[in-house]
Ligand binder design. Structure first.
Ligand code: LLP
Length: 423
């Protein structure tokens, strides 16, 4: 459930018409609903609690939506943060996420980032390879401390909506095999700079079938038991993120309750603390990207291009993954639906959001909203074509706040320096 609804013929976010925001802040603009963020978090938390998984750490995957106001909204409910860079650690800390709720993942952490994480006293570093294990040990010893680590396991299971976001097959760059994890965990328990606390896995994103997750999680349980049989302590199991969401008008994947029940079954009787790293399931349907129709280019030969002021640099998912986003007029006009090719102003054909999409009739000046854009939307945007990063707005009830002002041209240019010989 989300809080974007038609009220009096106008698409609103909670109690604020999107038109009000577009007029005040300009377009394109990302708009997030506090109520939807809060609801998605609490539904997942309650489902996990209800499945007998204790009081798990729910570490929101910051990569999905790294806006500090969004992170703060979730942190206030008790969410932690799954981070993959020093920048994301800094964002989580700026949002007042307690360090003991921060989990540091990622295949290539630098020594500098590891030192920053250890100094910040993050809860756990998810180690993805043997060279990284040695580096973490070395950095921790250099700081006179011990790093709490989990070994990221690659369970060799195929899952995920698109090849570019599947992470759990042996051929993917993530984690180590089950056999390697067993060896590395035992090694780590003898290293002066390491305290192994558990295991982690994350097999992909936008997963719409629980079977591959169940297969992966069963393997993880087996590994916990084998390590414990060797007398090793395993106190934490981090099962990653990946649960898919309905991209409106698309078939609904299993929800948090089914997901939690499956995990409860697989982990029944295993005495361990659980962590999760959900991103999309919390943020995707809590955000939209509002854009303005610049004009309709109806070719005499037939194609009808809906040219928007938003482009692939603002919402990359369609160009990158052929992703589907529902498109809704902010004030639907009466009339028969028309087939549009929806495009942005960037100078390449990849800047096409969708082709032959049936939409209510639209005219230049109308507003539309890309739905399900709260995850991997603003977070993946860029300034390609020297288009300044767009504004982000957070709504709460009848209030809204600009939580990231639109980048200015002045600020964009001020970041660059002429080479001395070009002065
Ligand atoms: N944990 C780790 C280690 C991850 O790599 C990811 C996502 C997550 C958690 C969160 O996964 P989620 O719950 O959001 O599925 N840009 C792509 C998605 C990339 C996901 C990368 N990893 C997209 O727009 O679909």
């Amino acid at each position: 459930m989300n809080h974007f609804e038609l009220k009096d013929g106008e698409l609103t976010c909670e109690d604020v018409p999107l038109k009000t925001i577009a007029e005040a802040v300009g377009t394109p603009v990302y708009v997030y609903s506090s109520a939807t963020l809060e609801r998605h978090y609490t539904v997942l938390r309650d489902a996990l609690r209800g499945a007998g998984l204790g009081e798990p750490l729910i570490a929101f995957a910051v990569k999905a939506n790294s806006n500090v106001a969004v992170l703060r909204t979730l942190a206030r409910l008790g969410a932690g943060a799954d981070v993959v860079s020093e920048g994301e650690i800094r964002r989580a800390l700026a949002a007042a996420v307690p360090p003991e709720r921060i989990v540091f993942s990622g295949v290539g952490k630098t020594a500098g980032e590891l030192a920053f994480a250890l100094n910040a006293k993050v809860a756990e570093i998810n180690v993805e390879s043997e060279p990284e294990l040695r580096l973490v040990d070395q950095v921790a010893q250099g700081l006179g401390t011990r790093a709490r680590i989990a070994i990221r396991v690659n369970p060799d299971v195929a899952a995920g909506g698109h090849a570019k976001i599947a992470t759990g097959k042996a051929e993917n760059k993530f984690g180590v095999s089950l056999a390697e994890a067993e060896r590395l965990y035992a090694n780590a328990s003898n290293a002066a700079g390491l305290t192994p606390v558990g295991l982690a896995c994350h097999i992909g994103s936008q997963i719409t079938d629980l079977a591959p997750m169940e297969a992966a999680f069963s393997k993880m349980r087996g590994l916990v038991e084998r390590l414990r049989d060797q007398g090793l302590t395993v106190e934490r199991l981090d099962l990653g993120g990946g649960l898919g969401v309905p991209y409106f008008n698309q078939p609904a994947p299993p929800g948090p309750v089914d997901y939690a029940a499956m995990i409860g079954r697989v982990m029944d009787g295993l005495d361990i603390g659980f962590a999760f790293e959900p991103g999309r399931v919390i943020a995707a349907n809590a955000g939209v990207l509002v854009a303005r129709v610049m004009h309709v280019n109806a070719r005499p030969e037939g194609r009808r291009f809906l040219v928007l002021d938003a482009a692939m640099n603002d919402l990359l998912r369609p160009a990158m993954y052929e992703a589907y986003h529902d498109i809704r007029p902010v004030r639907p006009r009466p009339g028969e639906p028309v087939a549009y090719d929806v495009v942005g102003p960037v100078c390449e054909t990849g800047d096409t959001f969708t082709r032959d999409r049936m939409l209510p009739p639209l005219e230049g000046g109308d507003l539309i909203a890309f739905m399900t854009a709260g995850a991997y939307g603003a977070a993946m945007s860029s300034e390609y074509n020297s288009r300044p990063l767009v504004a982000e707005v957070l709504v709460k009830g009848a209030d809204y706040a600009v939580v990231r002002p639109r980048e200015t041209y002045e600020a964009m240019l001020a970041r660059e320096r002429p080479a001395p010989w070009l002065q």
